[in-house]
Design a binder for this molecule. Sequence first.
Ligand code: TPP
Length: 433
Amino acid sequence: MTGSMGQDDAVQDDPVQHDAGQEELELVDRWWRAANYLSVGQIYLRSNPLLGEPLAAEHTKSRLLGHWGTTPGLNFVYAHLNRVIRRDSTEMLFVAGPGHGGPAVVANAWLEGTYSEIYAHVGNDAEGMAELFRQFSYPGGIPSHAAPESPGSISEGGELGYSLAHAYGSVFDNPQLVTAVVIGDGEAETGPLAASWHSHNFLDPAADGAVLPILHLNGYKIANPTVLARMPEQQLEQLLRGYGHEPYFVTVDDPDAFEKAHRDFAEALDRCMAEIRAIQDACRAPAENSETRNATDQAAPRWPMIVLRSPKGWTGPRSVDGKQVEGTWRSHQVPLSEVRTNGDHLRQLEEWLKSYRPGELFDGDGRLRPDVAEGAPTGNFRMSATPHANGGLLRRALKLPQYRDHAVEVPAPGTERVSPMITLVHGCGTSSP
Ligand SMILES: Cc1ncc(C[n+]2csc(CCOP(=O)(O)OP(=O)(O)O)c2C)c(N)n1
């Protein structure tokens, strides 16, 4: 991880507890592999979910849909957030800006058990897994994007650009909530997203929750390179600092160096969470502790964020038909497009699925092994089960004033001059012409 502080500053003034031990990160990795396996399964498979028999063309879907490229990044972030939620009992909400990575949102909800709780026909065993795969982007099934019916989702990903605004909306007047939002580098080029960087200016650290933006630079928007991923890093850092953020960069140079990637991201995340807490604690300090409080009241807080640079389609096929796929635009949707008709593609798909070592993740009945399941937070701490993403659970009656009380007497048309604003504020707004 590189931050915008000089190294000496970081050592002297380090609020972070570096407690992401090896075992914890191995658990994060198992969760990530499981989510990736379930994501690939959703895109490709209609049966044989655990690869109990050699993969055959008829086990695959005849029409392949979905977006792989963004999915491993979403799964990676989700797995890491779960570690922090379990450790700190933080109320967290996850917003997937690249909501076209629907397989990730759905996979994590299934791993957390929420999916089967809500949709009983998609159980948490092999049969349920087969149904999870079959229903994805299938007639009578579920959308390929994060959607209202995706547990834990408040942001429909089909039209890019609103994730950061939605994230801020979720934390206003919600002081306990931290909303983590993954922003695609393509999405970041939309007008709404570009304007949303200013939203933290409306945040009151005492009365509102916090937003943790995670800018995901996987380099491409469909078939084109993205502006932010090509910008020199120093310039990007200055841009984000100019918006008022403290950016921490996590760069995955070597796609096989999983351990390092986990360590770097965990460290950046711990640092961000500690800084969020420090900002909030200072602003929420009791009035008698006015020294701390005044100090922070004066300065606008510099909210932390993460810039994650990782290969598009990470952990997917490195190359297909002699052309590089992982780390390029070719991984955006379905990297192996001919699994039904091309034996090489089918074999590559089987190898890809097996690379996640599903036998270590699921038992023979398709249930999550305990040493993967323990990666899930409990109850409503699961991001897929948070009441903050379920308006039905958090309904409050609207305060609706009696509009009739503000009625203006109009004895004859065109005789009264009335200010609606004054009428609403003072109860009567009639002023004679
Ligand atoms: C407003 C809007 N414009 C265009 C699209 C079409 N579109 C779908 S995915 C995508 C690329 C998004 O890139 P990014 O946000 O970086 O996601 P990732 O590369 O991780 O898939 C685009 C342009 C869209 N969904 N919404």
